[in-house]
Design a protein around this ligand. Structure first.
Ligand SMILES: [Zn+2]
Ligand SMILES: [Zn+2]
Length: 293
């Protein structure tokens, strides 16, 4: 029997969105190599409707490797093609189907959380679109008892966005008749682009107060820790390396000083030209954490 390779790290769980090139289990190897203690993956190609079944061998490899490593929780991010608020019946039903497929994949792999951008209003009234999204999620999750929980993610406030505020996410969660929603994911780049000024302590406080008011103490399950390329309030979703964007080091100090953020897994979706980029961002975040404590 192999000896368990569980490593002791800092009490904050940090990881990256990690490539599954070569198979889902390869992502665990990559995360471990970097010294990560959590990670996010796509369980398939995120820009294609085509479905490829994950082989039984690969599922076993993933589960076996996970039992040896301290990488938990694992998040899967849903396809960018999904639009659960679409007015097109065809796209809507394809999206509902695809979300069930995402949940099935997570179930097979023992992934704890599935992260979802619900979709956009495509010119329709936002409230109506959110109602449609809630109905679609209820349908996708159906009566199945998934162990994986669905997390709704905030968006940057682009045209047609229906989830750029915490209140908007709550509106969808409250109208959902399935109990499969496990909380929310806050993306710092999206929040900043959507008008939460994280450069200021007051902006972080406002965001976290809204989270607490709508979702309670345990509602925040994941933070996507990303700096932002575009100006504050731009509504544009472009991620930047930590500290090098418009949120900046001061903003991340504000965020990471708060226990409500530190207790949640932090997953970066920062630009990645080489593995060196991940190492640089990890070092930056650890440096900020070390300077706080
Ligand atoms: Zn994100
Ligand atoms: Zn983004």
């Amino acid at each position: 029997m192999k000896k368990p390779r569980v490593k002791k790290g800092p009490d904050v769980r940090i990881g990256f969105h990690t490539s599954i090139a070569g198979g889902v289990s390869k992502a665990l190897e990559r995360a471990d190599e970097l010294g990560c203690r959590t990670m996010q993956i796509f369980t398939h190609s995120p820009r294609q409707w085509a479905r490829t079944a994950i082989s039984e061998e690969e599922i076993k490899r993933f589960r076996d490797l996970r039992s040896e490593l301290d990488i938990t929780p694992v998040f899967s991010h849903t396809s960018y093609l999904i639009n659960l608020a679409s007015r097109s019946d065809d796209l809507l039903s394809r999206s509902i189907d695809f979300l069930s497929y995402e949940m099935d994949n997570a179930e097979k792999l023992g992934i704890e959380y599935v992260v979802l951008h619900t979709g956009s209003a495509s010119g329709d009234d936002e409230k109506k679109a959110r109602k449609r999204a809630a109905r679609a999620i209820s349908k996708a999750l159906g009566k199945r008892k998934y162990r994986a929980r669905l997390l709704l993610e905030n968006t940057a406030g682009q045209k047609g966005d229906i989830t750029s505020s915490v209140a908007a996410l709550a509106e969808i969660a409250e109208q959902c008749t399935s109990d499969g929603i496990g909380g929310i994911c806050i993306d710092t780049c999206h929040a900043f682009a959507a008008g939460y000024d994280l450069r200021k302590k007051g902006g972080v406080e406002q965001l976290l107060e809204e989270v607490n008011a709508h979702f309670g103490d345990e509602g925040l399950r994941l933070v996507h820790l990303n700096d932002c390329k575009r100006p504050y309030g731009s509504g544009v979703d472009r991620h930047e390396h930590i500290g090098k964007g418009t949120i900046g080091s001061r903003g991340f100090r504000n965020l990471l000083s708060d226990q409500r953020i530190r207790k949640v897994p932090l997953v970066m979706e920062t630009p990645k030209a080489t593995d060196e980029d991940d190492r640089m961002n990890l070092k930056k975040v650890k440096g900020i954490l070390a300077s706080i404590r």
